[in-house]
Ligand binder design. Structure first.
Ligand code: NDP
Length: 281
């Protein structure tokens, strides 16, 4: 089975649109997302544009607040603090990566938990770790949507997560654990990576290295989720050698058209949920 991220993204987005319309009907206002964009990172500009388009599609008011590359910590902190107090803002997203001179955690800490639609703050990550209600990062949430909506059973399975970043690997592992998988997290210092991967019923690749996962790292009948987005010779590819792995596995996500497609739909869902919780709608 090739997991169709685009189709699932459309499905999720249609559901969010319905909830967004219901929110408008009940409260007379639209849910609001504030996006903070600092600097000129070309990939970030594209991601932010896609997020704004998705908001428009589902009936969310979105506004991008831009600061120059050289913005100071105080300016960035002040902007996020002001958005935190703005009643028209239900969700705040600080587009990462930030310029190197800025302390990202310091800025993220200013997002109140109820507006943290990206789930990157220490508070949200802490709650996720404790199994308490939490905002969860959109990419790992999207992976769980893909698994659930494609009928891949997680409970009791051995899931191997390649990568331990704060935005993908760690929250991914925690979500799989919460869904009753037995989870192994691998990283650049893991020894015998290949044999660990070969025991995975569910293999999530979030390494950021093109075609890193080869056929001899994949168990027959596994579900392989490729989070990687890499550009090689101007073309997008994932962290998995798709052509090699696809004939062996039970289910796999392509790149493009897999995880990346669903992330933005999950984000707009988080914004509407945050607005509903705030309004008790
Ligand atoms: P990071 O670079 O932050 O993390 C990469 C992880 O992979 C690290 O934990 C690193 O280990 C590990 N790693 C690197 N090399 C190896 C190796 N040889 N063997 C085992 N592990 C290794 O990346 P992100 O988590 O931010 O992103 C991962 C990928 O996902 C990227 O391609 C990114 O573009 C993509 N992405 C996709 C999104 C989507 O919506 N589809 C959203 C976000 C990211 P260590 O910690 O030891 O350094």
């Amino acid at each position: 089975m090739i997991i169709d991220g685009k189709a699932i993204a459309q499905e999720v987005r249609a559901e969010v649109k319905t909830r967004s319309a219901a929110f408008f009907e009940r409260t007379g206002r639209r849910a609001g997302l504030a996006v903070v964009l600092i600097g000129e990172d070309p990939a970030s500009l594209v991601y932010v544009r896609n997020k704004m388009t998705a908001c428009e599609e589902v009936g969310i008011n979105s506004e991008t607040y831009r600061l120059p590359q050289a913005a100071s910590q105080a300016e960035a902190d002040a902007l996020v603090s002001a958005l935190a107090c703005d009643p028209s803002v239900d969700g705040i997203l600080v587009q990462l990566p930030l310029p190197a001179h800025l302390d990202a955690q310091e800025i993220l800490a200013r997002i109140p938990p109820e507006k943290d639609v990206d789930g990157f703050s220490a508070y949200s990550m802490g709650n996720l770790t404790l199994g308490l209600p939490a905002s969860v990062a959109c990419t790992p949430s999207g992976v769980m949507e893909l698994l659930q909506r494609s009928g891949v059973t997680v409970r009791g399975k051995h899931a191997v997560v390649l990568g331990r970043s704060n935005i993908v690997g760690k929250p991914m592992a925690l979500l799989l654990l919460a869904a009753d998988a037995t989870v192994t997290i691998c990283h650049s210092k893991t020894t015998d990576l290949k044999s660990l991967c070969c025991t995975a019923d569910i293999l999530v690749a979030a390494v950021g290295k093109p075609r890193f996962v080869t056929a001899d790292m994949v168990k027959e009948g596994a579900a392989v989720i490729d989070v990687g987005i890499n550009r090689v010779d101007g073309k997008l590819c994932g962290d998995v050698k798709y052509a090699e792995a696809e004939p062996i596995v039970e289910a796999i996500t392509p790149v493009p058209g897999g995880v990346g497609s669903v992330t933005t739909s999950v984000l707009v869902g988080h914004v509407v949920e945050a607005a509903m919780r705030k309004a008790n709608a």
